[in-house]
Ligand binder design. Structure first.
Ligand code: AMP
Ligand code: ZN
Length: 112
């Protein structure tokens, strides 16, 4: 997708600090971390948000979650972490390529 910052990170035209990559997903450090460790996990497919998930593209998301624990350990999150996805205006989404925030490195405040 033209003009999508995360598609540009996938194609290498915008640099990122990668922590994991395979043929279906990429994980990199967030440029504006909200926790001591803040990684963004994205599918290598331009899916806009949870709203756009369906039977055809859900495997990308299953794949991300199948790797999340391993990625968390690789960045030192041995004591737990939180995974968040924002959807739409009220959810606070700013990049419209679905992504999962993997955050930790301290005791996180209660959100839900
Ligand atoms: P959201 O607000 O849930 O859509 O999350 C978008 C996230 O992407 C924010 O936490 C941003 O800090 C992060 N972000 C935006 N641009 C970049 C970039 N070029 N490299 C790394 N993280 C980014
Ligand atoms: Zn995209």
């Amino acid at each position: 997708m033209d003009n999508c910052v995360f598609c540009k990170i996938i194609d290498g035209s915008i640099p990122s600090n990668k922590v994991y990559e395979d043929d279906k997903m990429l994980a990199f450090h967030d440029i504006a971390p909200e926790a001591p460790v803040h990684v963004v996990m994205i599918p290598k497919a331009h899916i806009t948000s949870v709203d756009a998930l369906n039977a055809e593209n859900i495997d990308y998301i299953a794949h991300i979650f199948s790797k999340a624990g391993e990625i968390a350990k690789s960045v030192g999150l041995e004591n737990g972490y939180r995974i968040v996805t924002n959807c739409g205006a009220d959810g606070g989404q700013t990049v419209f390529h679905i992504h999962f925030h993997l955050m930790g490195g301290k005791k996180l405040g209660k959100m839900v």
